[in-house]
Design a protein around this ligand. Structure first.
Ligand SMILES: [Zn+2]
Length: 82
C-alpha cells in the first residue's frame, strides 16, 4: 500500500510528479509539520505511517528551511504551506 498524503482534501500518493515524505522523527520538526496539518484538520495526530506530499512544499522562503531541508534529504530550499 502506498502512503497517502494526510493533508485535508489531498490523497496524493507517490508518483512521477509527486513525492511523499514521512513525518520527521525529530520532535521540533514533527511539531511544525503537525501544526501545519492541524490548520485544516483540527484534531489530527501523526502516526508512524503519516506522510505529506510534495504539493505542500514550496521553493522559496528560507523560513525554517534549514531543518526542513535536512529532513528532505537536502533536496531543495523548501517551506511547508497549505
Ligand atoms: Zn498532499
Amino acid at each position: 500500500m502506498p502512503s497517502r498524503c494526510v493533508a485535508a482534501g489531498c490523497s496524493n500518493t507517490s508518483s512521477e510528479s509527486v513525492s511523499v515524505y514521512k513525518f520527521p522523527k525529530q520532535e521540533t520538526l514533527l511539531k511544525q509539520w503537525t501544526k501545519q496539518v492541524q490548520r485544516t484538520r483540527a484534531n489530527w495526530v501523526p502516526t508512524a505511517s503519516s506522510t505529506l506530499c510534495s504539493e505542500h512544499f514550496e521553493l522559496s522562503s528560507l523560513h525554517f528551511s534549514i531543518n526542513l531541508c535536512s529532513y528532505l534529504y537536502k533536496k531543495k530550499t523548501t517551506i511547508l504551506y497549505f
